[in-house]
Write a protein that binds this ligand. Structure first.
Ligand code: NAD
Ligand code: UD1
Length: 377
């Protein structure tokens, strides 16, 4: 029988790509999302990309523990992937209580629902931000955490809450996946990252500059101790990251007992690229030079971040396959399609199958919540 996975925040950037890879790997998926940072159109595209409609959507808030418990029970969920939460570092500095409230309440709600229903496999979206400004590069999971902002602190606190919960329950198994810098988009161009407002992160900013939405890319600092003076990061293709989740959940579901009930595992490539190298690769992908200026350093930035990805390989045989060139090509392909969407202010011809995808979400009401919808089977 097919295993069924709950993806909280499954309509978001990483959750939607992971949902596609889960469907392609033969899992059944239930998405729980309140669309505070995503939209229903993206969910409507998932069956088309994955080639199967074995995905259901519950519209609701993950902080509602009763709703989460009802979903776990009603859909007989085998494992949970908890993506839902807030993720903007600068917003977390401006309003830390919002982040402590939303991210931690969401995680506690998921954990208590899992405990109450007896669902005992969890994958949590953590972040390499927990390593802070470490000099230990590449960074293995054994490096002590050192967070420098409230967003990062929520990730660390949630990891610790999972430690305590896993220790208190028999047979509970969890993996906290510490993502490095997820970028790129699905090669179909149907799903990708759609930041609201001015992007903070490098790839979305470069993509918007390439599309003419921004005049140029401001490089935050050219005097770091890196090969060319610009900041270096471990960028990972979001599809590789999504496949890492599939490998991780297969590992959890196949292990009946585990001597370590909660492990933290890096998801990165082990390859670093500077801002200038990314700009060069992106310019190649779009066929013209993207304008840039080198400015002062951004407060809070580190010179370099790099994963030691060996634990993921050893534990669940996962290895990223897609390089910087593919990350740039796929990100650019998605950005071009976004620009063509109604409301973007620019129109170019759409492919026939894109318009077809807009009809995949029905208005069916889910029995569990008044406003929820199911993607039809
Ligand atoms: P995203 O904002 O695109 O996706 C999050 C999804 O969760 C959205 O669809 C949003 O509507 C939903 N959501 C938020 N709060 C909710 C709530 N209370 N109830 C139900 N749904 C809710 O973000 P993403 O980039 O896909 O990130 C997913 C996870 O990975 C987050 O926990 C984030 O902190 C973590 N992460 C992301 C990155 C990154 O660079 N994108 C890096 C490290 C870790
Ligand atoms: C940011 C977050 C981090 C999160 C990560 C996820 C901050 C301080 N940190 O980290 O918590 O886990 O995203 O992907 O927000 N850059 C420019 N110009 C730009 C944007 C970025 O030069 O317009 C540079 C940055 O200085 C950095 C590199 O590009 O050297 C990558 O930046 P970014 O994409 O924001 O990621 P992180 O800084 O690694």
């Amino acid at each position: 029988m097919k295993k069924r996975i709950l993806t909280t925040g499954g309509a978001g950037y990483i959750g939607s790509h992971t949902t596609v890879e889960l469907l392609k790997a033969g899992y059944s998926v239930v998405i729980l999302d309140n669309f505070e940072n995503s939209d229903r159109d993206r969910v409507a595209r998932l069956p088309l990309i994955a080639g199967t409609a074995d995905v259901r959507l519950v519209e609701g808030d993950v902080r509602d523990a009763q709703l989460v418990a009802d979903v776990l029970k009603h859909h007989k969920i085998d494992a949970v992937m908890h993506f839902a939460g807030k993720k903007a570092v600068s917003e977390s500095v401006a309003d830390p209580l919002l982040y402590y409230h939303d991210n931690i309440t969401g995680a506690v709600s998921v954990l208590s629902a899992m405990r109450d229903i007896g669902c005992n496999k969890l994958i949590f979206s953590s972040s390499a931000t927990v390593y802070g400004n470490t000099n230990h590069l590449p960074t293995p999971e054994t490096v002590p955490p050192s967070v420098s902002n409230p967003y990062g602190r929520t990730k660390l606190i949630i990891e610790e809450i999972i430690d305590d919960t896993a220790a208190s329950l028999s047979n509970f198994q969890a993996l906290s996946l510490r993502y490095f810098n997820p970028v790129g988009a699905h090669s179909s161009g149907f799903i990708g990252e759609c930041p609201r407002g001015v992007p903070n992160n490098l790839f979305p900013y470069i993509a918007q500059a390439a599309a003419g939405i921004r005049d140029y890319v401001q490089i935050h600092g050219g005097d770091y101790e890196t090969s060319d003076g610009t900041g270096s990061r471990d960028y990972i293709h979001v599809v590789d990251l999504a496949r890492g989740h599939v490998a991780a959940v297969e590992h959890l579901l196949s292990a009946s007992t585990n001597p370590t009930p909660h492990r933290k595992v890096n998801l990165g490539t082990g390859q670093g690229h500077t801002v200038l190298q990314v700009l060069q690769a992106f310019s190649k992908a779009c066929g013209f030079q993207i304008p840039y200026r080198i400015g002062p350093r951004r407060a809070g930035d580190v010179a370099a971040s790099l994963a030691d990805p060996s634990l993921g390989l050893a534990l669940f045989h996962w290895k990223p396959m897609l390089g910087l060139e593919q990350m740039c090509q796929d990100h650019w392909h998605f950005q071009k399609r976004e620009r063509n969407k109604p409301g973007s202010g620019v129109r170019m011809p759409l492919c026939a199958h894109e318009t077809a995808s807009n009809h995949l979400v029905s208005n069916e009401t889910h029995p569990l919540t008044a406003g929820s919808r199911d993607v039809p089977n």
